[in-house]
Design a protein around this ligand. Sequence first.
Ligand code: ZN
Length: 137
Amino acid sequence: MPTWNQSPDAIDPGETILAPLSPERRAALRSMSWIGYLQSPEWKSIRSFMLAAYPASQLSGERGHLEVHHVNWRPRGKERPRDLVVMTADEHRRAHGSLPPDELISLLLIAEEDPTWVHTLQQYRHAVTQRQPIGAG
Ligand SMILES: [Zn+2]
C-alpha cells in the first residue's frame, strides 16, 4: 500500500496525501478508467487517510457511514485533502445529483471557512455546470 506523505492528525489541506509516485505509476493511474482508479491501492490509501483525518462529515458533522467525494478528480495519486470532501452517503448522492450547485457550495462554505477552499469550490462549480463526471469515490 502506498505510504502517506503527512499525518491524518496534522492535516495540511494543500499537501499531497501520498508520498511522490514514480512517473511510470502516475502515467498508469492516468490511463486507467475512473472505476479502475477507484480500485487502485493509491486511491484506497488516500481514502483511508481522509477517513482517518475526518471521522465525521465535513458538511454536516454527521458520523456513521462516510464516503470520500472528489471535488477535483484530475490529480490521480496526487490528491490533496482540499481536492476531497468526506461526507455521508446521503450527502454524497446529493453532491452527484439533485442538490443545486449553489446549495452544495453554500454547505461547503459553511463547513469550511478556510479561504483556500474557494479555488476548489470554483472548480466544483465548473464541473457541475459543465456536467462532467465528478467521480464516484
Ligand atoms: Zn463523489
